[in-house]
Design a protein around this ligand. Structure first.
Ligand code: SME
Length: 202
């Protein structure tokens, strides 16, 4: 019992410190900050009221953007670069539940590097939010996925979603970045602005 209380309060205090703007933490604290269940069953009831304000959110995106500018100079391999973007984003925001790329291959939209629960490998053609992002060539913010015609539910826990197109050097769309949240209306203009900037780094 005491052990569980200790773990719970350690987690709460460290998480609060991080969300209040104290970025970075000693490596030995990582299992407490990101416990093994973090990807699949985040205790969002606990995190929800700790969501950063729009200003703090923008500042965090800005720091991640700067960090990625540096990290992405190290390698030209697309899978390595996309995986780096996903890993950094997925673990920095409490409202991210599934974070990944869907990439166009021979007319199909196939899953690329991702973090979060197991996702659909192939998306039915010209259906759902990801395909809408590809076809319209613009960012799609969906406050409630159940109200989006044709939405493809790879995981029933997803409630809102943002899809940002990824462009090749010749200006054609080659895929999308897709982020899902278990909360309704989780993505704002701040997420849209910064995710577009981050995808442009690839
Ligand atoms: N919801 C997406 C499918 C991908 S999953 O969310 C990971 C869509 O409607 O295209």
């Amino acid at each position: 019992m005491i052990f569980f209380l200790y773990i719970f309060f350690s987690f709460a205090i460290i998480k609060m410190a991080l969300l209040c703007g104290l970025e970075g933490a000693p490596t030995f604290l990582v299992p407490i900050i990101n416990p093994p269940f973090a990807d699949t069953a985040r205790p969002f009831f606990f995190w929800r009221n700790m969501m950063p304000s729009p200003d703090k959110l923008a500042q965090r995106y800005q720091r991640i953007h700067r960090q990625l500018q540096d990290l992405l100079t190290k390698c030209n391999e697309p899978v390595a670069r996309m995986s780096t973007v996903i890993a950094l984003l997925h673990h920095k925001f409490p409202h991210y539940f599934w974070t990944g790329f869907y990439l166009l291959k021979k007319g199909d939209l196939l899953v690329g590097p991702y973090q979060g629960p197991v996702a659909c490998q192939v998306l039915e053609r010209e259906k759902g939010v990801c395909w809408a992002g590809v076809l319209k060539e613009e960012t799609i913010v969906v406050p409630d996925v159940h109200k989006f015609p044709g939405h493809i539910a790879c995981d029933g826990r997803s409630k809102s979603e943002i899809v940002v197109p990824l462009f090749a050097a010749d200006g054609t769309v080659k895929g999308v970045l897709d982020v899902d949240s278990t909360q309704l209306n989780a993505f704002s203009a701040v997420d849209k602005l910064w995710l577009e900037k981050i995808v442009a780094l690839l």
